[in-house]
Ligand binder design. Structure first.
Ligand SMILES: *Cc1c(COP(=O)(O)O)cnc(C)c1O
Length: 398
């Protein structure tokens, strides 16, 4: 038992260091469904932290679809998709996704994280070069490291810096024996912690010029931009020029899971090579059915109406906070505080006023870049936005 005590002592020391640095994290139990109000700690809070941007995670259409699938296909899938777990709801979901994204095919994973991990490690190896935007999500960074490919990072949303690296990469591959190797650029559509949009048209021009492949993670754009919510690539007219379109079914689409959309060749290749897909039990069929309903809802007049309300709320909040507005305004609004402990204190102050916005800290963002990450959804009322503005203004003046 002495060894076990030593083990816990060591972990407690490590946790104490996190606490000192303002980096200790805790789970907060929520006793209600997702929505603009959540119950936590025995109190109802206005919730400005969910990625359920269209406010549909608790929508009757998604719940009914999940219940129907649960009754027809049971609770669990029983095996990986390639063994005997490829239940009909996954196929229906992938057909719906491909139709939604206007690609030849789609493949779904248990999570977006698993989609990134499986896809990047399948496509890139030691002879290849991955070039990532500096602010891409941890799932992409982890996948890139695991792939064994050479890694380079370009300055956030800076095509000029990317071009310099592409020139270097071309020369590097030409020197290899044999001169084989692929360059793959990976970025996000709307950045998860900053809410700004990638210059996808410029990135497409560059990847074409240098013969690179482009992978775009639309986790915070799918369901929100473009015709019928198809995403930012669609909005910017480059949806058919991106080799690898990734996203999650767990944010605006209200359900759970990750996806890759692209050519039939890409999807068949991933089915054979993406280890997070092959060596993992298929998700619960109810999740796939809910996601299909989420996509259908996003494409419906109700989805359009929800996007319109969300745009109004975002516009209002940005103007009240005197933030710049542009062509694409994300529903993610970072209130940068900087110091980790101050960000935690600010979140606690807001929580005391029944406003729920957790502090986002390292390693989710860089050290000294701690922030309150506000997200708005179509389910927020005008009154919610007014109350948020009041609380954030109080916070600044105290
Ligand atoms: C949330 C997120 C993911 C992971 O998706 P999950 O379905 O939550 O695993 C990937 N990329 C980005 C940019 C994200 O924000």
């Amino acid at each position: 038992m002495a060894e076990l005590n030593l083990f816990d002592d060591e972990l407690n020391r490590r946790l104490a260091t996190l606490t000192e640095q303002g980096l200790r994290r805790e789970l907060r139990r929520v006793d209600s469904p997702q929505g603009p109000r959540i119950e936590t700690g025995g109190k109802t809070h206005r919730n400005f932290s969910s990625n359920d941007y269209l406010g549909i995670a608790n929508h009757p259409a998604l719940k009914e679809a999940a219940i129907r699938a649960l009754e027809k296909f049971g609770a669990g899938a029983g095996a990986s998709r390639l063994i005997c777990g490829s239940l009909a709801p996954f196929h229906e979901l992938e057909e719906t996704l491909a139709g939604f994204k206007k690609t030849e095919a789609a493949l779904t994973f248990a999570t977006g994280y698993a989609a990134a991990l499986g896809t990047i490690t399948a496509l890139a190896g030691k002879d290849d070069i991955l070039i990532l935007d500096k602010l891409v999500h941890a799932s992409i960074v982890d996948a890139a490291k695991l792939s064994g490919a050479k890694l380079r990072v370009f300055d956030h949303n800076d095509p000029g810096d990317l071009e310099k690296i592409l020139i270097w990469a071309q020369a590097k591959i030409a020197q290899q024996e044999p001169a084989a190797g692929q360059v793959i650029i990976v970025t996000e559509a709307i950045f998860s912690m900053d809410g700004d949009a990638a210059p996808l048209r410029e990135l497409v021009t560059l990847k074409n010029k240098y013969g690179a492949w482009l992978m775009v993670d639309e986790a915070h754009a799918t369901g929100l931009y473009g015709a019928d919510g198809r995403g930012l690539a669609n909005e910017l007219g480059v949806g058919n020029q991106i080799e690898i379109q990734m996203g999650t079914l767990g944010k605006a689409l209200g359900a759970s899971g990750g996806y890759i959309c692209g050519s039939r060749g890409l999807i068949d290749f991933l089915t054979n090579r993406a280890r997070s897909f092959i060596f993992s039990t298929a998700p619960v069929p109810a999740a796939a059915a809910a996601a299909t309903a989420g996509i259908q809802l996003a494409q419906s007049p109700e989805g359009e109406a929800r996007r319109k309300i969300l745009r109004q709320r975002v516009k209002k909040l940005r103007s009240e906070l005197r933030m710049a507005t542009g062509e694409i305004d994300g529903a993610i609004i970072p209130i940068i505080i900087g110091d980790e402990a101050k960000a935690v204190a600010a979140a606690a102050t807001l929580r005391a006023e029944s406003i729920f916005i957790p502090a986002i800290r390292y390693p989710t963002v860089a050290r000294g870049q701690a922030r309150l990450r506000v997200t708005l959804t179509a389910a927020h009322s005008e009154d919610d936005v007014a109350e948020l503005v009041r609380a954030l203004t109080d916070l600044k003046t105290t």
